[in-house]
Design a protein around this ligand. Sequence first.
Ligand SMILES: *Cc1c(COP(=O)(O)O)cnc(C)c1O
Length: 393
Amino acid sequence: MNTMQSADAVMDVGIAQCLSATEKRLRAAHATHLGYPYNLATGLPLPSGISDLLVNNLGDPYAGSHFASEVCDLERQVVGWLQDLWEADAAGATWGSVGASGTEGNLWAIYLGREALPSAVLIHSDEAHYSIPKAARLLRIQTMSVRCRDSGEIDVAAFEETLEQVKGRPVIVVLTCGTTMKGAHDDIVAVMNCLDVHGFGPDQRFVHVDGALNAMVLPFVDGAPQNIRPTFRHGIDSISTSGHKMIGTPMPCGVLIARKSHVDRVASSIAYLRSDDTTLMGSRNGHAAIAIWARLFGHGRARYRDDVHRCVAKAQFLAAELSRWNIPVIWNAHGMTVVFPEPEVRIVNRYQLACYRGQAHAIIMPSVTDDLIDEFLNDYRSWWMSSDRRLPQ
Ligand SMILES: *Cc1c(COP(=O)(O)O)cnc(C)c1O
């Protein structure tokens, strides 16, 4: 017995050491992080007593069940906060839930679309997130990808050509509010007008807006044009966002809001849960719902607005500084994403940059300090001056 206890004790020391080394590594990685749209400046004041409790939002957030270790009340408040932000009253009744990620929101939205329009073709842009074609493969939906402009936004003329080709079949359209690589905003109003003009009325289309990052950014940007804003006033069917991006939770999660009529179509009652089966996952992460709730209500709209204005200004500054050195940059107005040629691997690794086809980007989230931007600019410039990339092509 004694031997067992001391073996346990040795093991506990080993586990504690490993966890503390892991914490150290994560903190160091956070300090120079520039490449992914993660808001690491959360300072989330969650009581530590909650962290070791099982919290499982089992089943539909609105239905309730016999199971009591849940926080569906907080989840519904989270959904309400975002329903206000995205003006969901304009869509009639809407439903929402906290899921595992932006990807789950996209997958579930596309599922709702397919159940509404079983013979639909899914149309997305070349710059849509890879979770969109993946969802289409999982659901065996035929897809068509539409070319983008250099900015990364969908080319509306090309979208129209695609509509001509699919005439006779309904469509599921996925638009992006803040594309992954370039932070571009698809013109939602122009696309809705095209659909109307070409005879794809409300019963022949399902439009989802993937707002993983910028559905929590654009609503706070004064002066952002109405046609790119993520709002149900445009007559769309659903919007999703990630919790660990602009909202700033310490675990991956996401929120989807959709018209309730679509959700009612797929709800099937499961007696033993006393709940409607309206979510992809049965068991769902209640800690994520708590974290989003604490962020949205603790930080509040005014501070998100401050964060967004500061970040957009800094992104504009970074783009301007790089341009001064004749480095080709893309910065889409009202966003926090700055695209530039992929630098040497040392810089990619240090700043944890995401690279794609010779390009890389920095995303100026609230956790990115002025010092980090300066350090990056110095590193990047030195590399640029010493590389042959700067020579005219
Ligand atoms: C990050 C991202 C996603 C995926 O979100 P996850 O929460 O990482 O699953 C989807 N769409 C876009 C545009 C994204 O940038």
